[in-house]
Design a protein around this ligand. Structure first.
Ligand SMILES: Nc1ncnc2c1ncn2[C@@H]1O[C@H](COP(=O)(O)OP(=O)(O)OP(=O)(O)O)[C@@H](O)[C@H]1O
Length: 327
């Protein structure tokens, strides 16, 4: 089972440029969370700070009772073993075969024999659908395959936490759907805590258990998917529904004139909340909730048409989920 990451009051600047201030959230164990935000709001900086690659100015990151911010380098090295990280471009070594790329963390961080390493590498490559591509070089394969190879490498040390930076960047919508399905299936299999940074609204609406939004140097909101997808908060509503009306402008924030110009404009109604993407074989994930559960528990009426299988158009949603949605 993945571990919780408890972030309290996290603040980060580079020189005089404040990236974000007082970020507080808990990534629940074994759940999938997505972090959104306009470009440049510091989502990648947040991932790098979580894994200890960047030091925050203030705040704490508690994992299993340890605060990563104050840990000594040697102890931090141990805690880092809990993490698997998939960087945007897969961050593969161009001169190494996929096999050697995936084997790299095992050779670096463990004393396993080459035959044990081989078993693990082949298992993880199979898990991400790359069996047979072991001898290829990163330059010989597509962007989607590179991401999957990066994912296999992030999995070889059996992480409790998986951090994934823009898995959909450079991928077409079909490849994006495949990798999203892979995340859902993987989460069901390994139970790790996932944090995915993405710009893809369809991914944000259908994949995670929780959504966060960084905006204007702070965490505008973080909580269950249904909470954000039914939120009337202008910045959340604008971002999750990909609208131009709202506080976010081309240069992150709109100025007073831009906001005044749209004051009379009606916002379109909130679109229906789609069903969450299910596992491909229909087995429930441990963290999965029944469709509409958060709305029911919190007395929120979801937008009309929510949780109907027809509005999701996603594979892997089995019959029982559909029935639960209409109960
Ligand atoms: N090591 C660094 N030194 C100085 N500034 C940095 C460093 N890393 C990131 N920044 C700055 O921090 C800000 C946030 O960058 P970051 O890459 O985290 O944004 P992002 O939200 O992930 O953006 P995008 O969605 O476009 O990928 C940017 O202004 C960037 O220039």
């Amino acid at each position: 089972m993945g571990v919780a990451i408890d972030v309290q009051g996290l603040t980060k600047s580079f020189g005089s440029q404040q990236i974000w201030n007082d970020v507080t959230l808990t990534l629940p164990p074994g759940e999938i969370s997505v972090m959104l935000g306009p470009s440049g709001t510091g989502k990648s900086v947040f991932l790098k700070t979580l894994v200890g690659l960047l030091k925050p100015d203030k705040g704490s990151i508690i994992i299993n009772g340890d605060d990563l911010v104050t840990l000594k380098e040697a102890d931090l090295y141990e805690v880092r073993k809990l993490f698997g990280v998939l960087f945007q471009d897969g961050a593969l070594f161009g001169s190494m075969s996929l096999y050697d790329n995936v084997a790299f963390p095992l050779r670096e961080h463990t004393k396993k024999s080459e035959s044990d390493i081989r078993n693990i590498v082949l298992e993880k490559m199979d898990l991400v659908g790359l069996s047979g591509a072991e001898d290829k070089l990163p330059g010989e394969i597509s962007g989607g395959m590179r991401k999957r190879a990066g994912l296999a490498r992030a999995l070889v040390l059996d992480p409790e936490i998986l951090l994934i930076d823009e898995p959909d960047s450079g991928l077409d919508p079909v490849r994006t759907s495949y990798i999203n399905q892979l995340f859902i299936d993987l989460n069901a299999q390994i139970d790790a805590t996932f944090l995915i940074v993405t710009h893809d609204i369809n991914t944000a609406r259908t994949v995670p258990d929780n959504i966060g939004l960084l905006y204007h140097r702070h965490l505008a909101m973080f909580g269950p998917r249904e909470m954000l997808l039914s939120s009337e908060e202008p910045v959340v509503r604008q971002f999750l529904n990909a609208q131009t009306i709202g506080p976010i402008g081309m240069s992150e924030e709109k100025d007073a004139d831009e906001l005044a110009a749209e004051s009379g404009q009606e916002l379109p109604p909130l679109p229906p909340i789609p069903l969450q993407l299910g596992t491909s074989d229909g087995t429930p994930r441990r963290a999965e909730k029944a469709p509409g559960e958060w709305c029911r528990e919190n007395g929120v009426t979801p937008p009309p048409g929510s949780f109907e299988s027809g509005n999701a158009g996603v594979p892997g949603v089995n019959q029982s989920r559909d029935e639960a949605a209409t109960r």
